[in-house]
Design a protein around this ligand. Structure first.
Ligand code: 3PG
Length: 205
């Protein structure tokens, strides 16, 4: 199964920077309950792989994946932790080979026509578009779609609950992601009520 298929039911994907493995399962349960079926844990903290492992084990209905992939060894770590997909802000041939070797649904990153074309040669039509707002936002995605009609985008970076709506209305946008669903202070305070409210609002988009 490729990432397009795996994430087909997920229109909003929380992109989470998690420091607290003990909060991973309660957060994933709350998000699933709120209607979000996939979660991306960024490999930017020491706790990230442990969080993925705990969610994969205890909340099997949540599709958990890893973000911020930047070297091939991380595919092995993510697979061993039970992660079901991987996302990178960019791409390289060795990342594409590693994704294939690990049979890992992978969303590589692209923000230019050349990058989208290079990834198409590898069979990728779904690309992460990061940092979305700084890279031209929805207008840039729509402009790229003219000559690149098959491309589907997973924008992240600077997206908010308000801007997510406009992105999702565009047929080129498969799903949107971001950290607006998991503000640092709410994570630090383990504020499940407030986090669930943000997730419900996003699921309703
Ligand atoms: C990512 O890795 O996709 C981004 O860090 C998410 O961007 P945001 O924090 O601006 O939502």
């Amino acid at each position: 199964m490729d990432a397009t298929e795996l994430l087909s039911g997920a229109r909003v994907v929380p992109v989470v920077v998690m420091d607290d493995p003990d909060f991973a399962v309660p957060l994933a349960e709350a998000f699933l309950e709120a209607g979000l079926g996939a979660i991306e844990i960024t490999l930017r903290t020491e706790a990230a792989l442990d969080c993925i492992k705990r969610i994969a084990t205890k909340v099997p209905d949540m599709i958990v994946g890893a973000g911020s992939i930047r070297d091939r060894g991380q595919f092995t770590q993510v697979r061993d932790a039970g992660g079901r997909f991987a996302v990178s802000p960019g791409h390289s041939n060795s990342l594409a080979v590693a994704a294939m070797d690990h049979r890992m649904p992978f969303v590589p990153g692209a923000v230019t026509a050349s990058e989208v074309i290079a990834l198409r040669e590898w069979g990728y039509t779904l690309v992460k578009f990061f940092p979305a707002e700084l890279a031209g936002g929805l207008k840039m995605i729509q402009a790229l779609s003219g000559p690149l009609p098959e491309a589907r985008f997973f924008p992240t970076g600077g997206i908010t609950a308000e801007s997510a709506k406009a992105y999702l209305a565009a047929p080129q946008v498969a799903c949107v992601g971001g950290s607006w669903l998991t503000p640092k202070d709410l994570l630090a305070n383990r504020d499940l009520d407030a986090l669930s409210a943000l997730a419900r609002e996003a699921a309703a988009l």
